[in-house]
Design a protein around this ligand. Structure first.
Ligand SMILES: CC(C)(COP(=O)(O)OP(=O)(O)OC[C@H]1O[C@@H](n2cnc3c(N)ncnc32)[C@H](O)[C@@H]1OP(=O)(O)O)[C@@H](O)C(=O)NCCC(=O)NCCS
Length: 196
């Protein structure tokens, strides 16, 4: 296991993402295994998101300034599509619904497939959330079909995310999703296991 160096972990502002949005979308499409046409639909959405309150973005670059991973999110608020979809799922659970009063939505987190498995995802997640003032972080991720769970689930469980909704159906998507969340801030990362 190699230790992920932190030196190429950078915070991106709106103009940084705009300048490299196609590269970021290429990482997204490759990481998620989506058809390349998905990037076209997402492009305007990602560029629109930069204007939302609390928007933050972090990127991981390699020595040649190529993008290895990207993560962004923003403050959740009524009227946003994702907020309303999750609120619908929680309508019979007022206590849980109260979480929606103060949360950061982790909207995207992706690492290029050939760079996965070395801790970059966790480094991006921690860097992104370190600058967030909300009480909670929430995210949605495709449901898994049992074991072995994928890297996204392993990462979220390892960093303390618990279930808010399971097998939730977002409008316009036939796939079931989980909505996971946890309080902020994240506790420090556990030290790496000693070599055996
Ligand atoms: C989910 C995703 C972002 C996780 O990123 P990642 O870099 O692959 O995963 P992690 O940060 O969890 O690191 C993976 C491994 O590095 C290890 N690791 C964690 N921190 C580390 C560190 N500081 N140094 C070295 N290794 C580390 C982990 O133990 C883990 O080991 P394992 O996978 O062999 O069990 C990435 O796999 C991805 O883009 N997946 C596809 C897209 C996706 O599902 N995105 C989320 C949608 S909601």
């Amino acid at each position: 296991m190699t230790t992920a160096p932190a030196r190429h972990l950078v915070e991106w502002g709106p103009t940084d993402l705009a300048a490299r949005v196609d590269e970021a979308l290429a990482v997204y499409v490759a990481a998620m295994g989506y058809p390349p046409s998905t990037a076209r639909h997402r492009r305007s959405l990602w560029l629109d998101h930069v204007r939302r309150p609390g928007w933050r973005c972090v990127a991981r670059l390699d020595d040649a300034d190529r993008l290895l991973g990207v993560a962004y999110g923003y403050t959740g608020a009524p009227g946003q599509w994702w907020y309303e979809e999750v609120a619908r799922g929680l309508r019979a659970r007022p206590a849980d619904r109260a979480l929606l009063g103060d949360y950061f939505e982790l909207t995207e987190l992706h690492v290029r497939p050939d760079a996965q498995g070395a801790g970059l995802g966790e480094a991006l997640l921690r860097a992104l959330l370190a600058g967030v003032g909300s009480r909670h972080v929430l995210l949605s991720t495709p449901e898994h079909d049992g074991r072995p769970v994928n890297r996204a689930w392993t990462l979220y469980r390892r960093t303390g995310f618990t279930d808010l909704l399971r097998r939730h159906r977002f409008s316009g998507d036939t796939r079931p999703f989980a909505v996971l969340g946890r309080e902020l801030p994240l506790p420090p990362a556990a030290p790496p296991a000693p070599p055996r």
